[in-house]
Design a protein around this ligand. Structure first.
Ligand SMILES: [Zn+2]
Length: 70
């Protein structure tokens, strides 16, 4: 089904699964709501983007990329 040799892309079924998960969890930094982006999860409150690795959102502040400004 999936190739793990190259770059990982989030499949359709995984997107649906992640979307459901995001309804139950919040941003670890500001507890804001999370939304699913192309290949990452973004906080709608503070704007941080969290990577998705192997279909699992990595909700760690250390791994988050912050917006340049607001
Ligand atoms: Zn946040």
């Amino acid at each position: 089904m999936y190739s793990f040799s190259g770059g990982y892309t989030v499949g359709m079924q995984e997107r649906e699964r992640i979307r459901k998960v995001l309804q139950m969890i919040v941003c670890p930094v500001c507890h804001g709501r999370l939304t699913l982006e192309e290949n990452s999860v973004r906080c709608t409150a503070c704007g941080r983007s969290y990577p998705i690795e192997d279909g699992i959102p990595v909700l760690l502040e250390a791994r988050a990329s912050r917006p340049e400004c607001n």
